[in-house]
Write a protein that binds this ligand. Sequence first.
Ligand code: TYD
Length: 214
Amino acid sequence: MKKGLLIAFEGIDGSGLTTHSKLLNEKLNKLGYKSIYTKEPTKNEIGSLIQRIILDKEKRIDDNIIALLFAADRLYHLNYGDGINEGILNYINKNYIVIMDRYKYSNMAYQGEDINWINQVNKFAIEADIVIYLDVPLDIALKRISMRSSISIFENRTFLERVKKRYIEVLDLAKRNGVKVISIDEVIDNNEKSIDEVNQEILSKVIMLLKNFE
Ligand code: TYD
């Protein structure tokens, strides 16, 4: 690649973001692309604080504070890293493809009443070049979540239903800001596609788009 690229995976909890973002990274590496996988919230100080807050169902904290923490974690991640790797911007400058397991579009879909305010507090976070939105029916997402050992304050039907609706608005805004959005349906004729099928679909769409950036 002549320039670095930021690819963000987005979707509700239970949509398989971690599985598919890691798989895409592996496949791109095998194909000879310089790519790296990284995740938000991060494992650094701010990210760890966020994890503690969102897993605590007793001590609820104001949503606007949570919104700002996610935005702060993101700016730190961009500039200084996630506690494991260097800052995202360093990789972009070294012409890497950075694959993000969630980015600022999660912030806009999950927090606050006002998407524009969240967009504003993320104004120093560069736009992604490509967003891959994994679209999954709520029932399937909830079934997958129920198999997890720890469940956050966000992982319930009422909240995720709202997040799913918000994503439509968020992706629309991203498109207007020049982001290429790839939307992947994880279900066909009421049947869940296999991980391999979904991965193949993502890979072929990404490879096609990458040609525009080479
Ligand atoms: P986590 O268990 O770290 O990741 P995931 O469920 O995506 O594998 O939980 C992260 C949660 O934080 C997830 O429910 C989405 C949410 N989130 C926000 O609410 N705002 C944000 O800005 C980000 C990045 C994530």
